[in-house]
Design a protein around this ligand. Structure first.
Ligand code: FAD
Ligand code: SF4
Length: 454
């Protein structure tokens, strides 16, 4: 099969200063800015665009920091076409403002040139433990540090960032960008304790005994969902999250490239239709696989992945086959193919029918990308935290984000299921407020010689 080693990078450069100013000048500075309504964290979009249009990058960056701790990340990976950019009024005249690229430009300039300085508050408001350094944990840490809390972030991995560091591939989100955003949060006075798993040995009870006033759990969806197919345990079959993590570790220099399970010349099949499947496929292309094929059970137009990501994958040579239902992984000692049944589409609004007719797609590597769910290390070692049937942590509306155990809060994907970076941030911002309210009330009651009750 044809080697797919050559590919185009997806928008690797972003705007130049000239392009960013020209684009910002197109903005109408609307009275009722629909772009802001379209942003889950209600970024002050028209204000930072006006600052950009005037060439005032420091002011633009300061305005963004009112609502976001991760603008260089959001500028790259948010589904802008479904959010701010999709809502921009100028779409009606043909071309909405490229808000994501403007945000990315401002954040990158600030990151590279230190246009703004961190304002470090005295840490007098209380002591908070944050478990997990993904977008949710980083947002809680940043927001609470900004209002005077002493925050320590614990993460099991050797570098902070969660999925930003170990899931989303380098070509979409350079890890230097993630490191720079984490450093900005550390500059607010946040302490990071990495390579530290909270769970069986270092428990939440121990964190409280060490004097933390509240604990935030932002541990995401760490477990990949398995697919109960015959042959699933054959060598050559792997989870997408494992593959993407191994590539990140190899890029960091923590493991050798040979240990990454996909190599030049492999014929790769990816099962799944979401953004993780697309990321795994595009990463396999960059590993110089001979062929990469995505198998989608549903109609092509119903793929969960963003259309822009699907088309970028196709441009790079990824082959997408829709209406195939995976039935069995074939092979004796290692995987040699995937048997699928052909799915019949009786037409729009009618249910798809899996037929008896089958086909085999040859492959020596098969990647499973059908979703993730939460791990239970913390829940299993801590009394009083309730989860639903699927393992997602149950929280209360008041104080926002508190679990069924007093003082323990949770947010992001471990509560709401797999979502997006900005949705995890939105939830975490609300939880940070809930934590601040709780700790303030707790301190007041302690001052009066009273104790909190559940
Ligand atoms: C491959 C992939 C690509 C994606 N692409 C995009 C995209 O382009 N755009 C977008 O908006 N969203 C994307 N998403 C979704 C997005 O990344 C997640 O919704 C978001 O990262 C969730 O944030 P979180 O903070 O809740 O959890 P996570 O980012 O999962 O972070 C959880 C952190 O908790 C740590 N942890 C877990 N258990 C413990 C423990 N017991 N002790 C200590 N630490 C622990 C983990 O090491 C991890 O660092 C993607 C997801 C994946 C998997
Ligand atoms: S909706 Fe579009 S034109 Fe109006 S303020 Fe927002 S970005 Fe500018």
């Amino acid at each position: 099969m044809e080697n797919l080693g050559r590919f185009i990078e997806y928008d690797p450069t972003g705007f130049t200063l000239r392009e960013a100013i020209i684009e910002a000048k197109r903005c109408l500075n609307c009275n009722k800015p629909l772009c802001r309504t379209g942003c889950p964290i209600e970024n002050e979009i028209p204000d930072f665009i006006q600052a950009m249009a005037n060439g005032n990058l420091g002011l633009a960056s300061t305005i963004i920091a009112h609502r976001s701790n991760l603008p260089a990340v959001c500028g790259r990976v948010c589904p802008h076409e479904k959010q701010c950019e999709g809502a921009c009024i100028l779409n009606k005249r043909g071309k909405g403002i490229k808000i994501g690229k403007i945000e990315r430009f401002i954040a990158d300039m600030d990151g590279e040139l230190s246009l703004t300085a961190a304002i470090i508050k005295k840490k007098e408001a209380g002591k908070i433990a944050v478990i997990g350094s993904g977008p949710a944990g980083l947002t809680v840490a940043g927001d609470l540090a900004k209002i005077g809390f002493s925050v320590t972030v614990f993460d099991a991995q050797q570098e902070a960032g969660g999925v930003l560091m170990y899931g989303i591939p380098e070509f979409r989100l350079p890890k230097q960008v993630v490191r720079r955003e984490v450093k900005k949060i550390a500059n607010l006075g946040v302490e990071f304790k990495l390579n530290t798993m909270i769970g069986p040995s270092l428990t939440i009870d121990k964190l409280f005994a060490d004097g933390f006033d509240a604990v935030f759990i932002g541990t995401g969806n760490a477990l990949a969902k398995s697919l109960p197919l015959p042959g699933i345990k054959l060598p050559g079959v792997m989870q997408a999250t494992y593959f993407l993590q191994m590539v990140s570790l190899a890029n960091q220099g923590s493991i050798s490239s040979i240990e990454v399970p996909i190599h030049s010349g492999d014929n790769v099949v990816v099962i799944g239709a979401g953004n993780t499947a697309i990321d795994a496929a595009r990463t396999a292309v960059r590993r110089e696989a001979a062929s990469v094929t995505i198998i989608n059970r549903n109609r092509a137009e119903e793929m969960a992945a963003l259309p822009s990501e699907v088309s970028a994958a196709c441009d790079e040579g990824v082959h997408i086959i829709s209406l195939r239902s995976p039935m069995e992984l074939i092979g004796e000692y290692f995987v040699t193919g995937l048997r699928c049944n052909i799915v019949h589409d009786p037409g729009k609004d009618k249910n798809l029918i899996i037929t008896e007719k089958s086909t085999i797609i040859p492959a020596n590597k098969v990647i499973i990308a059908i979703g993730q769910r939460p791990a239970s290390r913390i829940i299993g070692s801590t009394k009083g935290i309730e989860v639903d049937k699927a393992g997602y942590v149950k929280t209360r509306p008041n104080p926002y984000g508190m679990t069924m155990r007093s003082g323990v809060f949770s947010g992001g994907d471990v509560v709401n299921g797999p979502a997006t970076v900005v949705k995890a941030m939105k939830d975490a911002k609300m939880v940070a407020k809930g934590i601040a309210e709780y700790v303030e009330a707790k301190k007041l009651m302690e001052k009066c010689g009273l104790k909190m009750i559940d």
